[in-house]
Ligand binder design. Structure first.
Ligand code: PLP
Length: 420
């Protein structure tokens, strides 16, 4: 059974200062998990995790990960600004973008970030807009076809907009060598939210074999392999969690079998995990404010899809705990909804739960990654606060909730209010 990392008593204390809804993050869990990842890959001298900023673009979180030795993976102008503000620089920043605007390449190159090129044509584009080609550069690979591990198809890269073909990688490296590039990385992101210990090892083997072949054909120094994101988390209580040590060991085995015999034992392994780093360590905390009984029974929360889009957008399962009723009989079936004028604004459909009273505090689990950050302002809904539950049980407001003036700040309507 899934347990929230916080008690009703603690949430009640927090609610005296900050009203629901808010996203709450678990510092202890974030640190424990980051340390386990680094430990699982400690066999690789150059290993580095570049946290995918888009998952949780919050300075309070980025600083914790920085203290744990992580870098950041950015893909937009403001994500680069956040990285800079949190003290990341140079090769602590991976810039993995696509359809990249010129000013983003310029900024990434000013920060000396490692630039990960999504396409062959971006070589000329990058040189044109920044005036140079860096010595160290990464290329994103799309192998096409279906990507499968031993027993199942994981995804279909041939339908994905990302990356370049093998021929383009080879041509690209030669072209970049001609422009002064010396060290190369190869990157691929072929499946998302994978719940199998086989994904990373299978991806690693493919990229290692590709790297050996590219080295043979171009003589290039391939200095790192970027396995990107994609390790999943158990959203459903029946899901079997990944074992990061089994994953690290699987990648090590592929490394020993492919790169070491090819005389490439110094290649560094990089990752750009987002969901795996933060997903389980965030909760959306909300209050039940309405009960409605028509053809079905509904619980209306003060949170809505603007606070967590995944159920509405992907039909994603997010577990729900009614705080203080963890041991109560689960003898009710509810649709748990938000207040948007959108019928897909439902955190859960036909969910078996204990009886919920108005005023009950409800935790929606696993919202730490791609939760707050996918929020939006539809229906004029305001984004919630983000609060960090520290290791010592105290808490810190990392981001205040939006107010109407934040929502109106891009309009020039002062005159309209003045007339009222
Ligand atoms: C989104 C993204 C990630 C992180 O993905 P997760 O599924 O959260 O691990 C990493 N790299 C790139 C380039 C991405 O776009």
């Amino acid at each position: 059974m899934k347990k929230p990392f916080v008690t009703l008593e603690k949430v009640k204390e927090i609610c005296k200062e900050h009203k629901t809804p808010f996203h709450l993050y678990d510092e202890a869990g974030i640190r424990r998990n980051a340390r386990a990842l680094l430990d699982a890959f400690s066999w690789n001298k150059g290993f580095k995790e570049y946290f995918a900023v888009k998952a949780t673009p919050t300075p309070g979180i980025l600083r914790i990960l920085k203290e744990e030795g992580c870098g950041v993976d950015c893909s937009s102008y403001t994500e680069l600004m956040l990285a800079e503000a949190c003290g990341f620089s140079g090769d602590e920043i991976m810039f993995s973008s696509n359809a990249t605007p010129a000013d983003e390449f310029v900024y990434a190159s000013e920060l000396n970030a490692i630039i990960n090129l999504d396409d062959y044509t971006h070589i000329d584009f990058l040189e044109k807009v920044t005036g140079s080609i860096p010595e160290t550069i990464c290329l994103r690979y799309n192998p096409g076809g279906n990507f499968d591990s031993t027993n199942r198809i994981m995804d279909s890269p041939e339908d994905a907009k990302y990356g370049m073909t093998y021929e383009q990688l080879e041509k690209g490296i030669k072209k970049l060598q001609g422009k002064g590039a010396k060290n190369f990385g190869i990157h691929a992101f072929l499946a998302s939210n994978t719940l199998t210990n086989e994904y990373y090892p299978a991806l690693a083997r493919l990229l290692f074999e590709t790297a050996v072949s590219l080295r043979d054909k171009t003589g290039a120094n391939i200095s790192f392999i970027n396995l990107s994101g994609g390790i999943g988390i158990p959203y459903h209580p029946d899901d079997v969690p990944n074992d990061i040590y089994a994953i690290g060991e699987g990648v090590r085995k592929a490394f020993e079998e492919v790169l070491v015999p090819a005389g490439m034992p110094d290649v560094a392994i990089y990752t750009e995990l987002g969901r795996y780093m933060l997903g389980p360590y965030g909760l959306l905390v909300a209050t039940a404010i309405h009960k409605k009984e028509i053809y079905k029974d509904y619980i209306g929360l003060d949170a809505c899809a603007a606070d967590l889009m995944r159920p509405a957008m992907y039909g994603a399962y997010h577990h729900i705990t009614v705080l203080g009723k963890e041991g109560a009989p689960r003898d009710r079936v509810y649709d748990v909804t938000g207040s948007l004028c959108e019928n897909n604004d439902k955190f859960a459909v036909d969910r078996i739960l204990p009886e919920i009273e108005i005023g009950d505090i409800v935790c929606i689990h696993d919202t730490g990654a791609h939760g707050f950050s996918m929020g939006y302002n539809y229906n004029g809904k305001l984004r919630s606060a983000e609060i960090l539950l520290r290791e010592d049980g105290s808490w810190e407001l990392m981001r205040r909730a939006e107010t109407p003036s934040d929502y109106f700040s891009t309009l020039d309507i002062t005159g309209i209010f003045d007339n009222e």
